[in-house]
Design a protein around this ligand. Structure first.
Ligand code: NAD
Ligand code: ZN
Length: 262
């Protein structure tokens, strides 16, 4: 075991209130590509402004739907990795001892839930829920009904039918994710801030720290006195601030860090 993991296990053993903040790197070893990694990032092939904005959706709904449906099918086709499972087990371990662990993620996948975590705060929404573009009412849509599959190359546009809102009948459904320029879901964000202000330990996993306001969350906890552990194979702007920076991946470092618990 490396010396930084050894020191980090001491913080883990002492902490009763924990927040785990995760980004796209958390799901990379499950086979969900991150946005910004040079080799595999989706952003290398598609410009975010073409896909993840309301303007793009209004201008080219079938292109944007195809992209989100493809990602939902991709997520459905993969499994949580050893890091997701370790976090789920850690949460149960602390709950059984009157402690608490809050998971707040920028990920729109459901791999934390499938790895056993409960009450996950989805700061950027979910690939598996939908709402009206005009009135916001939740609506149902089955991505599998489109025929788009995870292994299909989605370079071309696939026609995705317009689904009208049951409530206002004017709007169409859109993915319930946070697009560029949109604000974060208020309740999830407030719950994350509150948990961070009370946390003894914060573990940040697989986030480049480039997307605000999520990137500023670890600093709230740091200023309130929490210890900070960062897990990321590539150093970020947070790495110098973190008490312990572990240059490793989610599926390798988390089970090591939690070996006494999981
Ligand atoms: P990002 O793509 O900007 O950064 C990913 C980070 O993960 C990088 O710092 C990289 O070094 C690190 N990383 C790569 N492989 C890793 C591994 N195996 N273990 C640990 N870390 C690893 O992602 P971000 O900071 O989350 O950016 C935020 C945006 O990306 C959000 O809007 C989020 O919704 C979106 N996103 C989500 C998913 C998902 O839901 N799975 C996937 C791609 C992007
Ligand atoms: Zn509506």
């Amino acid at each position: 075991m490396s010396s930084h993991i050894q020191r980090a296990t001491e913080l883990v053993a002492e902490a009763e209130s924990v927040v785990v903040l995760t980004g796209a790197g958390m799901s990379a070893e499950s086979g969900v590509p991150t946005f910004r990694d040079a080799q595999t990032g989706l952003w290398q092939r598609f410009a975010p402004e073409q896909l993840a904005t309301e303007e793009a959706f209004r201008a080219n709904p079938s292109m944007v739907w195809t992209w989100y449906v493809w990602r939902a099918m991709l997520v459905d086709s993969v499994d949580p990795n050893a890091g997701h499972h370790a976090i789920g087990t850690w949460q149960q371990h602390l709950a059984a001892r009157d402690g608490s662990l809050t998971v707040a993620t920028q990920n729109v996948d459901d791999l934390h839930e499938r790895g056993g975590a409960q009450d996950v705060l989805h700061l950027h929404g979910s690939l598996h829920s939908y709402r009206c573009l005009e009135c916001g009412t939740p609506g149902t849509f089955d991505p599998a009904s489109t025929g788009i599959t995870a292994d299909q190359d989605f370079d071309h546009e696939t026609f995705v039918p317009t689904v009208h809102c049951d409530h206002c009948e004017l709007g169409v459904l859109r993915p319930n994710v946070v697009w560029f320029g949109e604000s974060l879901p208020e309740q999830a964000f407030a719950a994350a801030v509150s948990a961070l202000q009370q946390a003894q330990l914060v573990v940040v996993v697989g986030s480049s720290g480039l997307v605000q306001p999520a990137a500023s969350l670890p600093l709230i906890a740091h200023e309130a006195g929490a210890s900070l552990i960062e897990i990321n194979p590539a150093a970020t702007t947070l790495s110098d601030t973190a008490d312990i920076y572990i240059p490793s991946t989610a599926a390798v470092a988390l089970p090591e860090l939690l070996a006494d618990i999981v």
